[in-house]
Design a protein around this ligand. Structure first.
Ligand SMILES: Cc1cc2nc3c(=O)[nH]c(=O)nc-3n(C[C@H](O)[C@H](O)[C@H](O)COP(=O)(O)O)c2cc1C
Length: 304
């Protein structure tokens, strides 16, 4: 019997696969394409205090081995998420992570308070790494002090497991990771997208309505792996690694680099059935390699 289960600060996941925030909405569309129970946990769309319409179109474009998005945190707002979206998602019995984004420290505290009253949330994920909004988002995650303060702001009102999501756009992700842990993070997730752009040579203008966007997909995997490898050696908390996962091999690389669970983002847009395939391949890999427990591999690339 092969054990693919894992644990994140007391949250039990049946397997290490996590639906990354932003490609899964609140699960309603995905439930028509695949099975939410394939995931060990799901992270819902970045949710803000007030509803947001997001950025002007076009908001996505394909790039070599990846994609750019500048969605700009389109979401129905915390109230609707708390009252309608999360109660619906609870029926699947899969741990729910609510990804939150604030414009100010006070907003982060308020979001923590709102979701404290909602049943069935396993963790909050503080997005201090969104590159697609003018205020808040990435501005918090680029600097250790503001990452610490944003984390602390949620910690004050939210007593459950707290995830902080880190950006690869800061020059020193390790010090940001340490600051988030100091501020009260129980888990870190990394990486969010890398800032990029594309230009249409016919119109001679940027492709995205927002000019810049976040790069994701296989193109960013080496950067993401390097970040997980560095951060997991610097902090004691478990890590959800992500960036460019499109096969079981990628999942294993993230685990070996130090991740306890692995997010899938753009890969789900390419193939919604990807988690099912990855789980079957992981089981086969473990059988072939004589591995009984997948988590035994966490950090083996640097541990003795
Ligand atoms: C269309 C799209 C929307 C996203 N929205 C969010 C979001 O709301 N909050 C967040 O923390 N990350 C968001 N992300 C980032 C992903 O969760 C993930 O960190 C990143 O895309 C890297 O993983 P991937 O290469 O597997 O996509 C978004 C990514 C994409 C592609």
């Amino acid at each position: 019997m092969i054990d693919l289960s894992t644990e994140l600060a007391g949250i039990r996941l049946a397997n290490p696969l996590v639906a990354a925030s932003g490609v899964f909405g609140y699960g309603e569309e995905y439930a028509r394409l695949g099975d939410i129970r394939w995931f060990g946990a799901v992270s819902v769309k970045g949710t803000t205090l007030e509803p947001r319409e997001g950025n002007p179109p076009p908001r996505v474009c394909e790039t070599p081995s990846g994609m750019l998005n500048s969605i700009g945190l389109e979401n129905p707002g915390a109230e609707v998420a708390a009252r309608k979206k999360i109660p619906w998602l609870r029926q699947f019995g899969v741990p729910i992570i609510v990804n939150i984004s604030g414009n100010t420290y006070e907003e982060f505290s308020e979001l923590g308070a709102i979701f404290s009253d909602v049943e069935g949330i396993s963790a909050l994920e503080v997005n201090v790494s969104c590159p697609n909004v003018a205020s808040g988002g990435l501005t918090f995650g680029m600097d250790a002090r503001s990452s610490y303060r944003a984390t602390l702001s949620v910690r004050k009102t939210w007593k459950g497991p707290l995830i902080v999501k880190l950006t690869p756009n800061s020059p020193d992700i390790v010090s940001i990771a340490r600051a988030a842990v100091e501020g009260g993070a129980d888990i870190l997730s990394l990486i969010n997208t890398l800032i990029g752009m594309a230009i249409d040579i016919k119109t001679r203008r940027p492709v995205l309505g927002n000019v810049t966007g976040g790069l994701s997909g296989p193109a960013i995997k080496p950067v993401a792996l390097r970040c997980v490898y560095q951060v997991s050696q610097a902090v004691e908390v478990p890590i959800i690694g992500m960036g460019g996962v499109s096969s079981y091999r990628d999942v294993l690389e993230f685990i070996m680099a130090g991740a306890s669970a692995v997010g899938i983002g753009a890969g789900l847009l390419v193939d919604p059935l990807l988690p099912k395939k990855i789980l079957a391949d992981l089981e086969e890999y473990c059988r072939e390699e004589g591995i009984a427990t997948l988590t035994g591999l966490t950090g083996c690339a640097w541990r003795e």
